[in-house]
Write a protein that binds this ligand. Sequence first.
Ligand code: ADP
Length: 285
Amino acid sequence: MISSVIDVRDLHFSYCDVEAVRGITFTVSRGEILGFLGPNGAGKSTTIKVLTGQLSPGSGSVSILGKALARDDPEIQSRIGVCFEEKNLYNNMSARENLKFFAGLFGMKGYNPDALLRRVSLIEKADDRVSGYSKGMRQRLMIARAMVNDPDVLFLDEPTEGLDPVSSRSIRELILEQAQKGTAVLLTTHNMREADELSDRVAFICEGRIHVLDTPDNLKLKYGHRTARVKISEDGTVRQETISLDKSDAGDKLKKLVEHEGLLTIHTEEATLEDIFIRITGRGL
Ligand code: ADP
């Protein structure tokens, strides 16, 4: 049994004079979702392209499912799923035909795509040409395509980019379901809510480097500030106080306000991953 499905050590990659990835190290285990969170140009897609064999690594080591990365290794390719913006669908085919075609590439003869089409809520449009699909439908089909071979490793580049909230939610549910089945998932996003909701661990990536890698909860505990906003009605006006819950006098201050007869509301807030990202990297998402 391999504990790390994806194992990357000190990976570097440059496009001529652009050093896109500058010594990245991380692992992803079976059933784990690792979120790569970072702004545009951080090196997220380049890392995935190296890991999926679209680019050759400059230096460092990459192993997938216990095997050193080799481009076009058919055994590894048959066990991974990739959803990438540039990877396209056949517009003149229906969703059903697309999935059957891609299953054929994996040698899956007589493949029935209906269960998968149902999971991505496309069963009713399964025989319509993809050219008439909305962006959300196409994206759901792209994810289905990446899952045709029931992969052990799934690479998803900005899986919900530009989608409406309903399509985004159904895609997130699908990703969580796939991880629960044991698939190791590496996804990139610059959406901190998505990273928070989906990832078991998050890597903050900026300028080709991982600045920190931990669970969202640990990051919030370690780097986040927790605050309470209290509204009080007094002498005909409403005033608001903000109390830092990380300070030692927080309890006394809160007690005083809670006992105030003009107490209106108390809201607690914890730091978002974006706040923490900015604190650690000095850059926004
Ligand atoms: P992200 O996915 O985080 O937005 P990328 O991996 O696409 O970041 O890009 C990392 C860096 O590499 C950026 O500086 C980007 O401009 C550069 N880059 C990406 N693709 C190419 C390419 N094909 N040729 C040259 N530079 C590139």
